[in-house]
Design a protein around this ligand. Sequence first.
Ligand code: CP
Ligand code: NVA
Length: 330
Amino acid sequence: MKESASLKGRSLLRLDDLSDIELFHLLNLAEDFKRKKRLGIRGDSLRRKNIALIFEKSSTRTRCAFTVAARDEGGGAEYLGTHDIHFGKKESIIDTARVLGRMFDGIAFRGFKQETVEQLAKYSGIPVWNALTDDWHPTQVLADLLTIREHFGKLKGLKVVYIGDGRNNVANTLMIGCARTGMHFVDCAPAELAPPAALCQEAAAMAAERGGSVTVSTNPLQAVEDANVVYTDVWVSMGEEKKFEERLKLLRPYQINMDLMKRTGHLDDGQVIFLHCLPAFHDYHTELTQKIGPLEVTDDVFEASFSRVFDEAENRVHTIKAVMVSSLVA
Ligand code: CP
Ligand code: NVA
């Protein structure tokens, strides 16, 4: 029997919930939605569908991408900050899930524990999408893969180097995404912030089956050699604010600057791009960087012609649209 590419009726809680066929189907669907939106064509595949957005943590891109994607396809999205609802306070998360499951067609959840998004999926009875937890950020990596494929016309065989906090939600998910698409992924971080060994083993096996590889490095100068994608994220993720001083000390040598980008050997041939999930501390326009300067990436790299960070941000809407339509319609 042919394996279905659709997620009909299913949730997306981690990227490895998806089969290879489903992952590529979502990227193709997203590409199609992007092309149509450019042409001014809006669909109605989410007509009369209502989406709840339960957010425990702040968000610009993800919140807006879910809202705009739902509206573009004729649906509606309701933002529910957890300070405004009885989530886990006057009633259990399980009860909230059961109530929202009677009213809405899908739920996007951003928050701390992975267990919470799993509970929502289990008890609501409707598709639930992980909009970022402490452990995973699957919708981000779908947009990253689309952005890489747009630039290079392929994924398999490319070298992706993630540099920074090597064990955060984005690093973990990117590792799985690259492994699943046969890329060569290097997670470059100080030993204190190395990714979990079990995850690396799982991802390395997955990559090897698909002609790729997963390795860990502590040396950014070596790691970036021949890289096609250099990727970083904030040094302190939401919920870890107390670690700020410690992270600054550990990660200063892992800043992405022009000298490091030159080490890829690809600045002149168009075979390298810079990605960041955003928000980024790259200029002097935030209260923090006014005091201590850029952190994970310098402004010249962020603004360079090889930087694709705003394509990547835009691609959140197209990929999230693909996920919602695939889960709710076909
Ligand atoms: N990349 C990302 O998830 O951005 P937001 O935190 O703005 O949603
Ligand atoms: N690792 C970051 C990603 C933000 C999109 C965080 O969790 O804060």
